[in-house]
Design a protein around this ligand. Structure first.
Ligand SMILES: Nc1ncnc2c1ncn2[C@@H]1O[C@H](COP(=O)(O)OP(=O)(O)OP(=O)(O)O)[C@@H](O)[C@H]1O
Length: 713
């Protein structure tokens, strides 16, 4: 099972490692894997993972695979981490029950739709029963050559047939509503348990191997599950009542022999069907998993279209897509082949059922039960018994036929149930971590960020930082430097609580949410208006931002030209923000948010890497003017002038701190920037550099009054 807290043994191992040498590596605090597998395997590409998948129907005979797929046999296929077999077992039933409990809460519309559907199904079945007995009535009136009875019967049968059609469409309508409502309730539930602070990040970045494609499970599997539920409910909703009714009818007309034959027949078919369902559940699970990877690959193409095109990587992209498609098709073919025996059984059950009905009729006929009746009445009786027994076998064959839907449903249930369990477990473990290694607890009375004897590892178990003690004080800008992979971003992850620490404490300001803002290298541009963009993630406060504030903040971030590009401040853009702004401008937008929010600390992770020098300098100057203390991960030595302290990370847990001597450029920095501005031919929109920052008005989100900013000393 998943585990984030180290076991005692691991903790001991880690103790030894950390105290022994900072060069050592300790076991991961993240291990979210089976107890036997504590280290993650090396990262492999999605295609590589799936290359190792071999659908179950290929396992028995590699040569049969080529025959079935027409493709050359690829040996050694195996699903990534295919350690679980997904079956229609106790665990699956438990998971289904858990999902049904979500669907059938007290105020859920699903329950009402189900009840309404049952009502209409009962009415419809009464009509169907009447329609079923119509032929026997025709035998009678035609046999008796009764013209007026014939016309009466004609009118009533036409009306009934019309009503039967109407009844079916009403059931279809309610089935559709039921499916939509089920999807809505389940998706909302998953949004609630999945899109949670940090949990969301952890499951996507750290537990991808254990719980693949959670997005695909939420967007696709729930929909398919809701559809399976609709189909099954439509088919099965009224079956118990019908079976009871037609058993009684059959008993009345054909004696005990009729129901006994049909029940015996059903029992055998049900046992055979149950045996055939299990492999389908497993096949559906892995087909959905392959669907998820295939979809994700296309999402990545969309995301990296420009990079792929610049590197002329279309050929490779096509190859990977084709390869993954082949894997997906193999999993689909696997589903088709594993469903084949069940389909055969279902079809045979329904055809054999119609023959069985004649065997049931033959018994009373040959025993002379109806010998006393005239031939026209015997025909009517035969027709009626045949309808009743056929309908009874039909109800049973419908149960068998639902096997395929049910196996699909069980497959989706396994995927959704597994995600639910993983989320539960992560939640509990994160709560435990929060208790053992307090992070966001407002323990600090001041506004500094303190690391006390902190050690932590990567999810793969490599030591990132060992015994780190430092206070990031307000007003002291700190630069975090080091070679690639030394753990600079990881330090920020530990600070943000994304990665748990294995030792020590991270003590954050009391008003952490307001006082500390993280700016990543690639900011997330939300869907929505410019106003919402600026207040992200506090969408609700967007209405309180005045147009003047927007313009001022954009000017500070040197983004004033955006105003000319957009329709207006309240025009909702969806994906277009990423296309409308260059990477540098996107980073400036993040700074505009920062300048609007004016936190105590800005934690910048190469947040200016795509900006030109002038803009980069301008951002740091504005931070200083707005009293925002920067903790900056960067590779540019030129930024030293805006920092007073330097934290150097050397990898494998090693670190060192030093003071940055104020050098000449520090004193003349503003002039530098102004000069650059002129060189750039820019109009000096920077309020600080142009001097217009003096006395400029800017409102913090929660301030009632405007603050007055004072320009550079
Ligand atoms: N989700 C993860 N699972 C396993 N290892 C990870 C994960 N994320 C990062 N790492 C590892 O942690 C180490 C430190 O990564 P980090 O991103 O902190 O480096 P960095 O110093 O910020 O590098 P750069 O200068 O290139 O941005 C790297 O070796 C990386 O492989």
């Amino acid at each position: 099972m998943y585990r984030l807290i180290p076991t005692e043994d691991e903790a001991r191992d880690e103790d030894r490692t950390v105290s022994g040498s900072v060069q050592g590596q300790s076991q991961g605090d993240f291990s979210c894997s089976s107890p036997t597998q504590q280290r993650r395997p090396p990262l492999r590409s999605v295609v590589d993972k799936f290359k190792s998948f071999r659908p179950s129907f290929l396992r028995s005979s590699p040569s049969a695979a080529s025959w079935r797929t027409g493709a050359p046999t690829v040996s050694g296929f195996r699903l990534p981490k295919k350690k679980d077999e997904y079956l229609l077992d106790k665990q699956c039933v438990k998971r289904l029950w858990r999902i049904l409990k979500v669907l059938l809460t007290r105020h859920s519309k699903v329950l009402w739709l189900y009840i309404t559907m049952t009502f209409f199904c009962c009415i419809n079945e009464a009509i169907v029963y009447y329609v079923g007995t119509i032929p026997s009535k025709y035998y009678k009136v035609l046999g008796d050559k009764d013209t007026s009875a014939f016309f009466k019967l004609l009118i009533s049968s036409l009306t009934t047939v019309f009503l039967a059609g109407f009844g079916k469409s009403v059931i279809f309508l309610f089935g559709g509503l039921l499916s939509l409502e089920s999807r809505r309730i389940l998706t909302l539930h998953f949004h609630k348990i999945y899109i949670q602070p940090k949990l969301f990040y952890r499951i996507l970045y750290m537990h991808e191997e254990e719980v693949d494609n959670p997005d695909q499970r939420i967007t696709q599997d729930i929909d398919k599950m809701a559809e399976s539920i609709r189909k099954m409910v439509e088919d099965l909703i009224i079956i118990p009542i019908l079976i009871a009714f037609y058993t009684w009818q059959c008993w009345q007309m054909a004696g005990y022999i009729g129901p006994v034959c049909i029940y015996g027949y059903f029992l055998l078919s049900a046992i055979a069907s149950r045996l055939l369902i299990n492999p389908i559940v497993d096949a559906v699970f892995y087909k959905e998993s392959a669907e998820g990877y295939f979809r994700y690959l296309h999402v990545r193409f969309r995301q990296y279209a420009e990079s792929i095109t610049f590197s002329r990587g279309e050929g490779e992209a096509k190859e990977s897509a084709d390869e993954l498609l082949e894997v997906l098709l193999k999993t689909q073919l696997n589903v088709i082949y594993t469903e084949l025996p069940l389909k055969f059984l279902q079809q045979s059950v329904s055809y054999f059922g119609s023959i069985l009905s004649y065997v049931i009729i033959a018994v009373p006929i040959f025993w002379g039960v109806y010998d006393h009746l005239p031939p026209s009445d015997v025909s009517a009786v035969i027709s009626k018994i045949s309808f009743v027994s056929m309908y009874l076998t039909y109800q049973f064959s419908k149960i068998i036929q639902c096997g395929t839907d049910f196996s699909d449903l069980a497959g989706y249930t396994s995927r959704l149930g597994q995600l639910m369990e993983a989320l539960d477990q992560l939640n509990t473990e994160m709560e435990n971590i929060a208790i053992d290694f307090p992070h966001e607890e407002a323990m600090s009375s001041d506004t500094s960020i303190r690391f006390e004897n902190v050690s932590f590892n990567t999810p793969a178990g490599d030591l990132v930082l060992s015994d780190f003690t430092h206070t990031f004080e307000v007003g002291v800008n700190t630069m975090v430097v080091g070679r690639n992979g030394a753990g600079k971003t990881s330090l920020l992850r530990a600070m943000g609580g994304l990665w748990p620490v294995s030792r020590g404490q991270v003590i954050l300001p009391r008003k952490y949410q307001r006082d500390v803002i993280f700016l990543p290298q690639t900011p997330y541009l939300t869907y929505g208006t410019l106003r919402e963009q600026l207040v992200y993630p506090l969408k609700d406060t967007a209405a309180s931002v005045s147009n003047a504030d927007i313009v001022r903040v954009l000017k500070l971030a040197r983004l004033e030209h955006v105003v000319e590009v957009i329709e207006d401040f309240d025009f909702t853009y969806t994906l277009d923000w990423n296309k409308m702004l260059s990477p540098g401008e996107q980073q400036k937008m993040a700074f505009a948010r920062l300048f609007y929010a004016r936190p105590t600390f800005a934690v910048l992770d190469e947040a200016t890497s795509s900006m030109d020098n002038v803009s980069e300098n301008e951002m740091f100057k504005q931070c200083r003017l707005l009293n925002i203390t920067c903790i900056t991960v960067c590779h540019h030595a030129s930024l030293e002038r805006y920092h007073q302290r330097k934290l150097t990370m050397s990898g494998h847990g090693a670190w060192s701190l030093s003071e940055i001597e104020p050098h000449e450029s520090n004193h003349g920095e503003d002039n530098d920037v102004d000069d650059n501005d002129e060189d750039d031919g820019e109009d000096g929109n920077s309020l600080a550099s142009s001097g217009s920052g003096v006395g400029m008005l800017l409102r913090r989100p929660n301030d009632v009054e405007y603050d007055t900013l004072v320009g550079p000393p």
